[in-house]
Design a protein around this ligand. Structure first.
Ligand code: ADP
Ligand code: MG
Length: 618
């Protein structure tokens, strides 16, 4: 006889499964416990850990405490005092709301909870282990809650073995401690690890909290960002560009005091900083975005670091404007290095105030260029094995389609565009291309002027080239004369191991010789960089960053990272031939307008706007 086979899981098993989602490591438990203490209205919170939280996590708060019944209830799944009906989900102001954390923690650890409400005579003491309540007894104590979590994952060896080294797990804990304490500077926090006090943060304002966490140096590094609008307000600090770090830097976004990751909004800030940040460095920011809770959806992921906004574009715009405003007001410009011609877009007024010499833009001219010579793209110095689609003539593409489409009704230059003018006549003189500040290529198009960022253009070209290679699995490599040895830390080594096969496809021959040491015997064709160690480290750094931020597919990610490295940089002088080749190749790309990270490659100045500029009164 056939019987029904579907059964409900026992609670203890269901809790263990749910726990896997909510509690991935000691730091996740720390986060949940700290947030509970905050939700309980505590003004003092103490966190104690031993062995990076693996053997002990203890949180002591002076919050509202729990009744005897509530204390027991708190360990039931979906038991929460914070929402009652589905609608409440859209008005969440507390940190927790799912009622899953304590149930999850109790499913995978040995837990002791002591709690007393202010008005109660006695508190209560519960011991619970693997979801089983062992005892509950009255307990004399001060008001508030103390929770002790011992031997996390004691009953889930697979998870326990998956945990990283103590220093690595401790870093996660400290990171959570940063996130939570940053947005609650009015609460005192302390962190004690293996009997050593790591932080003691007294209550204060956000700036004091940042300094408390990251050191006194931050006192002079921070600039306030304040922006109020009807729907969105932004508060916090950005770090001055000169202090930007080569690694990720301190980057904290909060929405309604909750830490979130948001690559798109991160981009708004990077973009606002764009011209000011030294190459390959990252901005520092601590920004809290306040919106009506109805405007956001935080229920996407149990660990709640992802948030959806109703109108992300609007938040992007406001954030971008707010950061730009701060940068402008505080005149960060004079702090960047003016000897570096590649950092352009400088307010020249500011420079003279700062008594620095003005470097006139340098324009390189190739006296041997003959515009009537047909330039062979294939022979140019860079991008040797490029094989994109090759339109006969990008100028046709560009002049007549894209630009015209974008134009306004004032098509005064229709007459200008009369067929009698050929492309070569658009600019009078010897050269079709001018190089400005060894960064931009300027040329005429029918409708006006076109300016192209050389680095971004070449990045796009290289990116599509590598992408194609990765898809086809083809190889273009040059042997290094003397194989190079590099040593990496173990985290980086693990990443490099993960990507060596794909790197081989695009021409890097990298072999591990020991756990953290690698030999590089081949590099992509045309690759000229000298310091391979630095290059690989930067590549790994970017790979980490991209894979964390954007979770791009591995291949896209790799192509993006490698192409950024091999792309022509600003500050490199280009011959007319090279510029022609570059631009031909750019317009043979699938997406010539945008760089792999979403920046504009091409800017046009239409003739009508140029004429307007001349009409403006003096
Ligand atoms: P959530 O925080 O999502 O409601 P938890 O499992 O983290 O779910 O906690 C369950 C409930 O236990 C909370 O809603 C709260 O009522 C109570 N609680 C947990 N920690 C504390 C604390 N430190 N002080 C007072 N009450 C607490
Ligand atoms: Mg909670």
């Amino acid at each position: 006889m056939l019987t029904d086979i579907i059964k409900l899981l026992p609670d203890s098993v269901a809790n263990q499964i749910a726990a896997g989602e909510v509690i991935q490591r000691p730091a996740s438990a720390v986060k949940e416990l700290l947030e509970n203490a905050i939700d309980a209205g505590a003004t003092q919170i103490e966190l104690v850990v031993k062995e990076a939280g693996k053997t002990l996590i203890q949180v002591i708060d002076n919050g509202c405490g729990m009744s005897e019944t509530d204390a027991r209830m708190s360990f039931e799944r979906h038991a929460t005092s914070k929402i009652q009906k589905a609608d409440d989900l859209f008005a969440i102001r507390t940190m927790g709301f799912r009622g899953e954390a304590l149930a999850s923690i109790a499913a995978i650890a040995q837990v002791e909870l002591k709690s007393k409400r202010t008005d109660d005579e006695l508190g209560t003491h519960i011991i619970i282990e693997g979801s089983n309540v062992k005892s509950q007894t009255p307990y004399a104590m001060n008001s508030g809650t103390q929770i002790i979590v011992k031997n996390l994952f004691f009953n889930v060896p697979a998870r326990r073995n998956f945990l990283k080294s103590n220093p690595a797990e401790m870093r996660h804990i400290v990171e959570e401690f940063h996130r939570v304490s940053l947005m609650h500077p009015n609460i005192s926090f302390s962190l004690i690890s293996n009997d050593k006090q790591l932080f003691h943060l007294t209550s204060g304002n956000l700036k004091q909290r940042i300094v408390g966490l990251f050191g006194n140096a931050y006192n002079e590094r921070l600039l306030p960002v304040i922006q109020q609008s009807d729907t969105v307000s932004i508060n916090g600090f950005i770090g001055k560009a000169v202090f930007a770090k080569k690694t990720r830097g301190e980057q904290y976004f909060f929405v309604n005091n909750r830490f979130i990751r948001h690559p798109y909004l991160h981009h708004a800030i990077e973009n606002a900083f764009q011209e000011l940040l030294p190459k390959d460095s990252f901005p520092t920011y601590f920004l809290n975005i306040q919106v009506d809770p109805a405007e956001i959806d935080i229920n996407i992921h149990p660990t709640k670091t992802e948030v959806n906004f109703q109108d992300t574009k609007l938040v992007y715009a406001i954030l971008h404007a707010a950061v730009k405003k701060t940068i402008g007001q505080h005149n960060l410009a004079p702090m960047i290095d003016f000897d570096e011609p590649s950092e352009s877009q400088i307010d020249f007024g500011e420079i003279s105030k700062a008594n620095r010499p003005i470097n006139p833009p340098s324009i390189s001219i190739n006296p041997n260029f003959n515009p009537f010579d047909r330039v062979e793209t294939k022979n140019s110095g860079h991008t040797s094995n490029f094989e994109g689609k090759r339109p006969e003539n990008w100028r046709v593409l560009y002049d007549d389609n894209n630009v015209q489409k974008a134009r306004t009704e004032a098509d005064f230059q229709n007459d200008l565009n009369s067929d009698s003018i050929s492309n070569n006549q658009l600019i009078q003189g010897k050269n079709k291309f001018l190089q400005l500040r060894q960064q931009y290529i300027i040329t005429a198009i029918r409708s006006g002027l076109m300016v192209i960022d050389q680095h971004l253009a070449h990045w796009r070209i290289e990116y599509e080239k590598y992408l194609k290679q990765l898809e086809r699995g083809q190889q273009g490599s040059q042997q290094e004369l003397f194989p190079h040895q590099i040593r990496l830390n173990s985290e980086d080594a693990a990443i490099l191991n993960e990507i060596t096969d794909d790197l081989a496809i695009i021409g890097y021959q990298i072999n591990p010789v020991s756990k953290n040491t690698f030999v590089i015997s081949g590099t992509p064709e045309g690759f000229k960089d000298k310091d391979l160690q630095d290059m690989i480290e930067q590549m790994i750094e970017q790979f980490k960053r991209n894979s964390i931020d954007l979770q791009l597919q591995k291949k896209l990610n790799l192509a993006r990272t490698v192409s950024k490295q091999t792309a022509l940089k600003s500050g490199q002088m280009l011959s007319e031939q090279e510029m022609t080749a570059l631009i031909d190749q750019l317009f043979a790309c699938q997406v010539p307008e945008v760089s792999p990270d979403g920046q504009k490659i091409i800017v046009t100045l239409p003739l009508d706007q140029l004429q307007q500029l001349f009409k403006q009164t003096l």
